[in-house]
Ligand binder design. Structure first.
Ligand SMILES: [Zn+2]
Length: 366
């Protein structure tokens, strides 16, 4: 190794990345959860807290999912300074992994403080991290689909009553099984009429492809979060590949770990591979950073080391992430030039390109 060369692991950490599917509270550190509980006198042992974090669940033997973690955390976020703290910590951890841009989901209908106050606290944190780290964060208030469509409409009314330049659009998340996106058409229509961008979690948890179809064809969302089962409909897969609809995909998605607990089978069968082969516009994202024990660098490492993508594929995904973001076109154009140059410069410093077995290799280009 020469003095200037870098390892693959350093490469995954250094090249510029945009994470556009990031749940703010999924990025709460374990020690921050404990500190918030302590601040408000909520009884929470370290062992109890670890039950929410995938990295520690083998110690506790109790597995609580991402949705349970987020619900619990909203209960611990009671003052504007809590939102400020969490957003700054999220940005610090992302910065250490080469992330330059985040679009983060949060659920205004779950908070203990009024929407404009929470937004203002996060906006101050966004200014702070942009100044200190050069990292840009923007906000996507998200519908909690386990609540009623009327609550979703109220959320959008709040957004319209208190517009903020850092709030770019809306999303929808939480448990999808009995709450497909079309139930929330009124909230989405109101958002669209008021110039907000639209995305939606669709066809997560192995649910039917028609949830993606409804999101795109009926609700007019511009992006799909997850959307894996679209592969079960080859005609629509082809259509959305041709249209270039962005799909934010999550290598650490819980559902597929439970489908194929055996690592090799998971590597081979994960729908991200088939989505890429079908030519869909995919963007790897972290979803729930600390809760699911992942990072943006790890997300791209998995793409290579587990799913068999070459480094040219990562470059393509990085380009996809910029294009799918909701930043102004002139900034995206500038990032495309700067980030690809930096990717290529770092790639040239690698001591070796990853070696991937030919039968497993994917060269993803669009
Ligand atoms: Zn998500």
């Amino acid at each position: 190794m020469s003095a200037t060369s870098i390892t693959l692991n350093q490469f995954y950490h250094k090249f510029p990345k945009a994470d556009i599917h990031y749940h703010l509270l999924g990025g709460v550190r374990l020690e921050t959860m404990l500190a918030l509980a302590n601040k408000y006198g909520v009884e929470l042992s370290e062992t109890d807290a670890k039950c929410y974090y995938r990295a520690h669940q083998h110690e506790t033997g109790i597995v609580k999912g991402g949705i349970e973690a987020l619900t619990f955390l909203y209960g611990l976020m009671r003052e504007p300074e809590d939102y400020f703290r969490v957003l700054v910590e999220v940005a610090e951890d992302a910065h250490a992994c080469g992330v330059r841009y985040i679009e983060t989901f949060w659920n205004p209908s779950d908070t203990n403080i009024p929407y404009p106050i929470a937004t203002q606290a996060m906006a101050e944190a966004i200014d702070h991290v942009e100044r200190e780290l050069g990292l840009v964060v923007r906000l996507i208030p998200s519908i909690n689909r386990e609540k009623t469509p009327e609550v979703a409409v109220e959320m959008v009314e709040q957004l319209i009553a208190h517009p903020h330049p850092y709030v770019l659009g809306i999303g929808i998340d939480y448990k999808e099984h009995n709450a497909p996106v079309e139930h929330f058409w009124k909230a989405y229509r109101l958002a669209e009429q008021n110039g907000l961008k639209l995305t939606a979690h669709c066809s997560e948890f192995g649910l039917h492809w028609r949830n993606v179809e409804s999101g795109l064809e009926l609700i007019n969302v511009e992006r799909i979060d997850h959307g894996y089962t679209i592969l079960d409909n080859p005609t629509l897969t082809q259509k959305y590949a041709t249209q270039g609809v962005p799909f934010t995909v999550i290598p650490s998605n819980t559902y597929y770990f439970t489908q194929w607990p055996e690592h090799n089978e998971w590597c081979k069968k994960h729908p991200i591979r088939a989505m890429a082969k079908a030519g869909l516009n995919i963007i790897p994202c972290t979803d729930d950073w600390h809760i699911h024990n992942t990072t943006s660098a790890n997300c791209y490492r998995v793409m290579v080391e587990d799913f068999g993508f070459d480094l040219g594929s990562l470059r393509q995904m990085m380009v996809n992430s910029i294009n799918a973001s909701w930043m102004p076109e002139e900034i995206k154009h500038q990032w495309l030039i700067e980030w690809t140059a930096e990717f290529d410069r770092l790639r040239a410093l690698l001591e070796a390109e990853p070696s991937i077995a030919e039968h497993h290799l994917i060269q993803y280009r669009r």
